[in-house]
Ligand binder design. Structure first.
Ligand code: VAH
Length: 316
């Protein structure tokens, strides 16, 4: 992995992934792309191009122009937004993925794209969700993610493309506010704790979901992509997680820093239903065994770091 093109570079994962990759591989070796531009370090800190991932010709042109050897395909509509517009979600999430895989096949690229715990459904075992288990998601996002996992496996077995991916849990970060996800409450709550001292959660108390702090997610991507392929029994759907939490637990941890903080609940039927269809706690043993996955942050250390970093200036 020497020269990397990243799609969705201005998104929640992409914007921090670019910073990490430029540190690790050199700014000029990381080409950030997104469908829009922004006044951001992602745009100013190294090569940046406007790219609509549903435009195959434009994608291939950039792959050739920058002579990349790796693509990290991060552009996607997240779960809640995908439920608002399932047809657009299929077009963007699957159209973009097929174009990325075809570019990887034609240009012999290593290829990463994330799946999600959203790839599981109500029939999936909720506790200790195995690496290999039933996947009958009931959301368009979940259908996209299962289809994506199978498609990436196909490109590996049929065409020999070096595809790799993880099933991310909810990701928590202080750099770029997330948009359109079901797990966004676990990010918003920190912003509101500092801004107003209270938060009304759209996910009900007692709703457990897997979560991970962004630094651990970014390290997982690099570790998987640098892993010895001979040791990988799986390819495109490694379960990774750091913690299984619900809103009351997050509130209690915040209260250790802001004793006056108050949480209340107003469940959003759509996002509550999505959350209820997902596992409570997945098993990440395959990732640990096959490529040494390890999360550094737990709820306590993540909360301390989030609040400390956000105090220095809440991104608008
Ligand atoms: C979402 N943050 O909520 C994403 C993620 C597991 C959740 O896929 O849609």
């Amino acid at each position: 992995m020497k020269r990397i093109l990243v799609t969705g570079a201005l998104g929640q994962i992409g914007s921090e992934l670019i910073t990490k990759l430029r540190k690790e591989y050199g700014a000029d070796n990381v080409i950030a792309t997104d469908i829009r531009t922004a006044d951001s370090e992602v745009v100013h800190g190294g090569p940046f191009e406007i790219l609509d991932v549903t435009d195959a010709a434009q994608m291939n042109e950039l792959v050739s122009k920058y002579k990349v050897d790796t693509m990290m395909h991060m552009a996607a509509l997240l779960s809640a937004r995908a439920e608002e517009n399932p047809q657009l979600a299929w077009h963007l999430n699957m159209g973009g993925l097929v174009n990325g895989l075809e570019a990887a096949r034609e240009h012999h690229l290593q290829f990463f794209t994330p799946s999600s715990i959203g790839a599981f459904g109500p029939d999936t075992p909720k506790h200790g969700t195995p690496q290999d288990t039933i996947q009958r998601p009931t959301t368009m996002y979940g259908v996209n993610k299962v289809s994506g996992e199978l498609l990436c496996d196909y490109y590996f077995t049929r065409f020999g493309v070096d595809t790799r991916g993880v099933r991310f849990p909810g990701l928590i970060s202080y750099v770029t506010p997330p948009g359109g996800g079901t797990t966004d409450y676990a990010v918003e709550i920190y912003y509101e704790a500092l801004k107003t001292g209270k938060y009304t959660s759209y996910i009900d108390k007692g709703t457990y979901m897997d979560m991970m702090y962004m630094p651990d997610a970014l390290q997982a991507i690099v570790d998987l992509m640098e892993a010895d392929p001979a040791k990988l029994k799986h390819r495109n759907a490694f379960n990774v997680t750091a913690m299984s939490i619900e809103p009351e637990m997050v509130a209690a941890e915040i209260k250790k820093h802001i004793p006056s903080f108050e949480i209340s609940y107003q469940p959003d039927p759509v996002r509550q239903a999505i959350a209820d269809s997902w596992p409570d706690a997945i098993d990440a043993s395959a990732s640990k065994a096959e490529w040494g996955f390890k999360a550094e942050y737990d709820l306590a250390t993540m909360t301390a770091d989030m609040l400390q970093k956000l105090k220095t200036g809440i991104p608008q």
